[in-house]
Design a protein around this ligand. Sequence first.
Ligand code: AMP
Length: 144
Amino acid sequence: MSATVRSILEEKGRNVVTIGPDTTLADAARILEENHIGAAVVCDARGQIAGIFTERDLVRAIGRSGLISLSQSVAAVMTKNVHRCSEETTVNELMEVMTGRRFRHVPVEKDGKLAGIISIGDVVKSRIRDIETEAEQIKAYIAG
Ligand code: AMP
């Protein structure tokens, strides 16, 4: 059986770095760097998810408009239609979404509130662990 988002969050925690839509790209880049992360969830004044901003959006903005874009707000370049998941989502489901839709971050929502974020690194780690456990079980079965 595939592991769930809940099992990943129980291990890594539910903290999510959020920024406001008016944050400049320069400030957003600093926040990503300081937190050693590749994405920040953009929340409006009511704390609702308004978008997601990742290093890919930063590169796209600079690639298109140059360094002047560093003074733009994230609202202008973020992805507004954010794909979210729940704690019950399986890691296999997430893997399909991430590969199919070509993004590496999925925020988790619980009761309409932000309750964590899963990155492709978390998915890979969880899959490797599952595969290793399965291999150990097969080895034990053959030896026994
Ligand atoms: P990433 O691979 O996560 O750096 O993101 C690649 C592109 O997809 C960027 O334009 C992001 O804004 C967008 N993106 C990232 N995560 C999501 C998500 N969960 N839902 C919708 N778009 C996303």
